[in-house]
Design a protein around this ligand. Structure first.
Ligand SMILES: C[S@@+](CC[C@H](N)C(=O)[O-])C[C@H]1O[C@@H](n2cnc3c(N)ncnc32)[C@H](O)[C@@H]1O
Length: 232
């Protein structure tokens, strides 16, 4: 068996949200580092390392063998959760994919609609689209934490279904449940504000109304104490 490795900051946050002793499904697993690390650390009962493409799945299978945890971690070729049965996974990780793809995968998996299932998500893009979908479709975002990885800032969120539809102010969909005390929240929010400023500028250029973006930016600055001259 090979020596234990460290997870990158994104996957470490995902790992920290996974319940001890759970049955895990890692969707879009690629190298399978997350389920392998969790298995080697004795944190999970079982894991399905799933990917839509055979090549990444093979790289996952190689790592499962290399680290000697094939008794706990199995691979599965699957588009989203299409090939996973309800009784095979309780904690579902969707990391390293775009927010819109994560929405697509969740929205077509009916069996996720129970409080027993924990969704752990780390969108690479369009996190606001994912948050808006979750809140509008009965999923409650319980917690979020931010991290910096490869010079960019990301958020990892934990959500469960409770059937309640939530209508938050627009700025919530850009900051989610991140807290001011999270040391990585401020850089994340600065990155969001930079993108919103860029969007507002584009609208201004086309003679379009950008009041919405300006309002969101103001709310985010106030909530997270981001300086006006410090937009990154
Ligand atoms: C950038 S990798 C992320 C790997 C790992 N989860 C991480 O965060 O480091 C994205 C992976 O998602 C897989 N993927 C893309 N669409 C998918 C889908 N609909 N269902 C399952 N896997 C998918 C890709 O094949 C790729 O291996």
């Amino acid at each position: 068996m090979s020596k234990l490795f460290e997870l990158d900051s994104r996957l470490k946050l995902c790992a920290d949200f996974v319940r001890r002793g759970t049955a895990l499904a890692d969707i879009g697993t690629d190298h399978a580092y997350l389920p392998v690390w969790l298995a080697l650390n004795g944190r999970i009962k079982s894991a399905l390392a799933c990917d839509i493409r055979p090549m990444p799945l093979q790289s996952g299978a190689d790592n499962i063998e290399k680290y000697g945890c094939s008794d706990i971690v199995k691979t599965r070729l699957s588009d989203g959760l299409d090939e996973i049965a309800e009784n095979e996974a309780d904690d579902i990780v969707l990391a390293g994919m775009g927010g819109e793809l994560i929405v697509n995968i969740i929205s077509r998996t009916e069996w996720l609609k129970t409080p027993d299932k924990h969704l752990i998500m780390q969108p690479m893009t369009k996190a606001f689209v994912l948050r808006e979908y979750l809140c509008g479709n009965g999923f409650n975002i319980l917690e979020e934490k931010a991290c910096t990885y490869g010079g960019k800032n990301y958020s990892v969120m934990l959500a469960v279904y409770d059937g309640e539809t939530r209508d938050y102010p627009e700025s919530f969909y850009y900051s989610g449940k991140l807290l001011g005390g999270d040391p990585y929240a401020k850089p994340y929010i600065k990155q969001i504000i930079k993108k919103l400023n860029y969007k507002a500028e584009g609208k201004r250029h086309c003679g379009e109304d950008n009041i919405k973006e300006d309002e969101i930016i103001e709310e985010l600055k106030n909530k997270f104490g981001v300086d006006t001259d410090d937009n990154g």
